[in-house]
Ligand binder design. Structure first.
Ligand SMILES: Cc1cc2nc3c(=O)[nH]c(=O)nc-3n(C[C@H](O)[C@H](O)[C@H](O)COP(=O)(O)OP(=O)(O)OC[C@H]3O[C@@H](n4cnc5c(N)ncnc54)[C@H](O)[C@@H]3O)c2cc1C
Length: 295
């Protein structure tokens, strides 16, 4: 039987006050990252917001659903948002969403995709030919293996080694010609791609709610994240900051630039004694926090 919707009446109600587009009527706000990368904001929810307010207002609207529409003043809204973030409320922040178009090397995409709470649509290298674009760090950004952090690299290596590394990348990129040649000979795209290096660029659309974006940013803007993904995370933060300025400020105040303390750390702070733990890593983390607090 065909679906009959004729009895459903949709009432289209205008906004109660004049609105503006939070993206200033632009199709995208784009930030170039590295040599071939980019992150572009392509849509936001809410896109239209009452004049004199920011998209932050969607959080207040959701949080106050039980008290009726916003009769409160802007500074009270700010206080409410800061309270909600400080007290780790989540769902009001999920009322805001952002959609990004991102071009990044595959080794970054692999880290990024671990954030499961987003919706993703990626370029298909089974369906399409991978473009000839590779990530190469600059000579002064070829980093040494960190002695403290097994996953990290901080200080630059000497120039000769840096150059050797870049030559090594150039050799892996040279496989691209063979990739094209084999495609020309009829090898399927899904197989031909497997000889390409991790530095080749992929693209996707990535949509996520603000609560989970803040979680992403707190992990990926952090100094422990690899610098290349950090560069994207900072660009993402710069893109959303003008749209949700109150949340962005609260995020820096209470989350990103704050310090979470363990019971042992509070005890050490209270008594002035060393941390009651012989775990090297825990002690190093405590040292990091003490430095951050200027102790
Ligand atoms: C510096 C750094 C180093 C890392 N190193 C490694 C590594 O060596 N190896 C490795 O494998 N990974 C590594 N990761 C990835 C990391 O372990 C997480 O997988 C990644 O950061 C995503 O975090 P998340 O699960 O909190 O985020 P999301 O997937 O975005 O999830 C957000 C939150 O939603 C909830 N959630 C989402 N999905 C589920 C679910 N199915 N069930 C229950 N709750 C859910 C959880 O509370 C979660 O915290 C690293 C990450 C960072 C930042």
């Amino acid at each position: 039987m065909p679906v009959d919707l004729s009895h459903i009446q949709i009432q289209k109600k205008p906004f109660e006050s004049p609105t503006y587009d939070v993206m200033d009527g632009a199709a995208r706000w784009e930030v170039k990252v590295h040599d071939h990368g980019l992150i572009a904001l392509v849509d936001a929810m809410p896109r239209l917001v009452p004049q004199g307010q920011t998209a932050d207002s969607a959080i207040v609207q959701a949080a106050r659903v039980s008290y009726g529409a916003g009769t409160k003043k802007v500074n009270e809204d700010r206080g409410l948002i800061r309270y909600l973030l400080r007290h780790r409320h989540t769902t009001p922040f999920e009322m805001i969403e952002f959609k990004f178009h991102v071009a990044m090397p595959i080794f970054i995409a692999r880290q990024w995709i671990r954030h499961r709470t987003a919706n993703v649509n990626e370029y298909s290298a089974r369906y399409s030919v991978m473009p000839d674009r590779f990530y190469r760090p600059t000579v002064d950004n070829v980093r040494q293996q960190s002695m403290l952090n097994r996953q990290g690299g901080e200080e630059p290596v000497d120039e000769m080694t840096a150059q050797q590394f870049l030559d090594y990348l150039a050799k892996t990129e040279a496989h691209y010609q063979e990739y094209e040649e084999l495609l020309g000979k009829g090898v399927s795209r899904e197989l031909a791609r497997i000889g390409l290096p991790l530095g080749i660029y992929t693209e996707w659309y990535w949509k996520c709610d603000l609560h989970n974006i803040l979680h992403f940013l707190s992990l990926r803007m952090d100094a422990h994240a690899q610098q290349e993904i950090r560069d994207y995370a900072y660009a993402m933060f710069a893109l959303i900051q003008p749209i949700v300025p109150v949340v962005a400020e609260a995020f820096l105040d209470y989350e990103f630039e704050g310090v979470h303390m363990t019971r042992l750390e509070i005890e050490a702070l209270r008594t002035g004694k060393p941390l009651a733990s012989d775990n090297k890593r825990e002690n190093a983390e405590w040292e990091e926090k003490r430095n951050k607090m200027g102790l």
